[in-house]
Design a protein around this ligand. Structure first.
Ligand code: EPU
Length: 427
């Protein structure tokens, strides 16, 4: 089988303007929430990436008609058939975020069967907290041949604590919130995730007629309502894509203007960039990113929002590889999310992993090499390193990057990068 790969030749300084797509991690749960709604849901700015396509496929199997509106590319979702309540392993194994259909199915159809997601490259990723939330709302949960089967004659509002060993859970909060919208009475979620994507989902649900308050704080309160009606809604910009392009500007010593970027969603990231010597400035509707020639080292710990996002850890590591001095990166969300370390070392980086921490000894330059993408954000880090490296970098398994970025190669090329998508990659 012929697999696509990226051939990146480093050295070009990136310049120009890039538009950020809608947020994948906001769009996915919002699309799943269409299961809860009567009538048509119209979503603007849903990114055309592989994860969105996988969820659209799953929703179609669950009786939701999913189409793109010709005039503006908005995604239209309408529930046509409520018979199928089962998300099969063949779909869930492709994308763990499929778990976010569980809450809506249970709330609306009283029955949900979703294959238990397995581990993935970034760690174990259990779903125990999701299940705890559904049980609190009165659902009965069984595990049958690897499937989670959740049933409830009626969901009842409840108080619940959704913290786990690594803090709050983004999709767990989303799932609990979606299920609680149609429950009888009031639900209080303590230690809710505060991520902008959770806030966006709550805003969408409220626009459909839900009664949610406190989103964006660790306590979310949901008053159950009888029904939700579809609405038209625009998804927030993807903060992780924006952060990735900020690093692209910094690592190539270029200057990029970014459209559709919310700096209030990137405060911890921009704070670290400033410490490293990267300038990030708002100019009207644009965010302009440029960098000093000298990059300072920095220490970074990933945390739940508003802390430094785990989804930008790999990209920042690529940048810190070229700082003048030693940096320390600690992963507090997914302690094993470091598969990019060995690949960056193949490109001349000096990285040493000790448990959930990586010590980054800055080097003068990276050198192009054949490397292997292991997960979505790790592949972005390899592309970024390739842009700065001397010579050519061949990045295999780029299907990982296509899951979460919309045409990253085209967007980078428009900024002056030497990047080509070719056939004939290695597995
Ligand atoms: N956790 C549990 N039990 C649970 C759920 C989570 O112990 O039931 C743990 C996880 O193992 C992890 C921590 O809690 O240590 C936080 O995980 P979380 O549940 O917040 O992750 P998620 O909701 O499954 C979303 C994003 C990820 C992002 C994380 C953290 C989507 C579709 N995915 O995953 O995005 O890294 O939040 O911010 O929203 C990506 O886009 O590349 C990506 C992996």
């Amino acid at each position: 089988m012929s697999l696509p790969y990226f051939q990146v030749t480093g050295g070009n300084r990136l310049r120009g303007t890039v538009r950020i797509s809608g947020a994948k991690n906001a769009a996915l749960p919002i699309m799943a929430a269409s299961i809860l709604c009567e009538g048509e849901v119209v979503l603007r700015d849903v990114p055309h990436n592989a994860d969105v396509a996988s969820l659209a496929d799953l929703l179609q199997r669950l009786g939701v008609e999913v189409t793109r509106r010709a005039e503006d590319d908005a995604l239209r979702l309408v529930v046509r058939d409520e018979m199928n309540c089962k998300a099969e392993y063949e779909v869930v194994r492709k994308m763990r975020a499929s778990i976010c259909v569980l809450g809506p199915l249970l709330a609306r159809r009283r029955l949900a069967q979703v294959s238990m997601p397995g581990g993935c490259a970034i760690g174990d990723r259990p779903v125990d907290i999701h299940l705890r939330a559904f049980r609190k709302l009165g659902a009965e949960i069984d595990l049958v041949s690897g499937d989670i089967v959740a049933k409830a004659r009626k969901l009842r509002g409840a108080e619940m604590f959704l913290g786990g060993p690594f803090g709050s859970t983004v999709l767990g909060t989303a799932n609990a919130m979606m299920a609680a919208t149609l429950a009888d009475g009031m639900t209080v979620i303590e230690m809710a995730a505060c991520e902008p994507e959770v806030v966006d989902l709550a805003n969408f649900l409220n626009a459909c007629g839900a009664s949610i308050s406190g989103h964006g704080t660790p306590r979310i309160i949901i008053e159950g309502v009888k029904e939700l009606k579809g609405c038209e809604y625009r998804v927030i910009p993807d903060r992780i894509e924006a952060g990735t392009f900020m690093v692209a500007a910094a690592i190539t010593n270029g200057e990029i203007k970014i459209e559709n970027c919310r700096l209030d969603h990137l405060m911890a990231f921009v704070d670290r960039l400033s410490a490293i010597g990267v300038n990030v400035e708002r100019q009207g509707d644009l965010v302009v990113v440029s960098s000093a020639r000298r990059l300072e080292p920095s220490d970074v710990t990933t945390q739940p929002f508003p802390g430094f996002p785990t989804d930008l850890q790999a990209q920042l590591m690529a940048l810190l590889c070229l700082a003048e001095g030693n940096s320390i990166i600690t992963e507090k969300i997914f302690p094993d999310r470091f598969l990019h370390v060995a690949e960056l070392n193949r490109m001349g980086a000096h990285l040493r992993k000790e448990g959930p921490t990586v010590i980054v000894e800055g080097v003068k330059r990276m050198i192009g090499a054949p490397v292997m993408a292991s997960d979505l954000r790790a592949s972005a880090a390899l592309v970024l390193a390739g842009l700065a490296a001397r010579g050519a970098t061949k990045i295999n398994r780029i299907y990982h990057i296509d899951r979460g970025y919309v045409k990253i190669d085209d967007k980078l090329r428009a900024l002056g990068a030497d990047i080509e998508r070719r056939e004939g990659g290695d597995e």
